[in-house]
Design a protein around this ligand. Structure first.
Ligand SMILES: [Zn+2]
Ligand SMILES: [Zn+2]
Length: 222
């Protein structure tokens, strides 16, 4: 890559700067299936179906693909590259624009595509119903250096509402439990005895990102 500094926009990398097979792996319509046909029950085997309907078996342990490109040339074909991106084994460069990616990214496989983060860490991207969210813009994107409770605070289906009392929020957890969080006293009514439980963390994230009213009850600045 020409530059390590993403703010040096003079020569911002473009997806077409990538090697052709990497660009194809990111942008072409392909489905990666990890539990179908010959790939069923075999953790290293993936079936890659192209938009033309061709099917190729990729073996990540043997590092092979059945396609002629891979079989007859000493290269890594686009199918193998796609499997590596789709399973998260290889991070997608963080500067690649999400709308350039094939919409089917991350379907049908265990594991999630990852983007390399600009700070060198790796952020896990959420792929909701085919919609790709930029981890930089997503308050709930999980980063590799997040603590465990912070990860859970972001990932779990937690619902936060403001209780019209200063600092008080009601939190509905994924397990249907309801807890009272007081962000001024930094307390939560859940049994977790750690100083800052995931509910408190989740409320903090939602306040910071203006998803709920601030502790003083004021709505986020319009
Ligand atoms: Zn191939
Ligand atoms: Zn709690």
């Amino acid at each position: 890559m020409a530059t390590q500094n993403p703010t040096a926009t003079a020569d911002t990398p473009d997806i077409s700067d990538l090697p052709d097979r990497t660009e194809a792996a990111l942008t072409e319509v392909m489905s990666v299936l990890d539990d179908v046909g010959l790939a069923r029950g075999a953790p290293d085997l993936y079936l890659v179906v192209s938009s033309s309907g061709s099917e190729y078996l990729v073996d990540t342990r043997e590092e092979t693909c059945e396609c002629p490109d891979d079989e007859y040339r000493d290269i890594t074909c686009k199918h193998r590259r796609r499997v590596a991106f789709a399973t998260g084994e290889r991070p997608i460069p963080s500067w690649v624009q999400r709308d350039h990616l094939d919409d089917h990214f991350g379907e049908h496989v265990d594991g999630d595509p990852r983007f390399s983060a600009t700070d060198g860490g790796v952020a896990q991207t959420r792929f909701d119903e085919g919609e790709v969210t930029d981890p930089e813009d997503d308050p709930f994107a999980v980063h590799s250096d997040d603590e465990d409770r912070t990860k859970r605070a972001k990932r779990e289906d937690i619902d936060v509402s403001f209780l019209a009392k200063p600092g008080r929020y009601e939190v509905h957890s994924a397990s249907d439990s309801v807890y009272g969080v007081d962000v001024l006293a930094e307390t939560c009514s859940c049994p977790d005895t750690v100083q800052r439980c995931k509910h408190l963390r989740r409320v903090d994230i939602e306040i910071r990102n203006e998803l709920v009213p601030r502790p003083d009850g004021k709505l986020p600045d319009a």
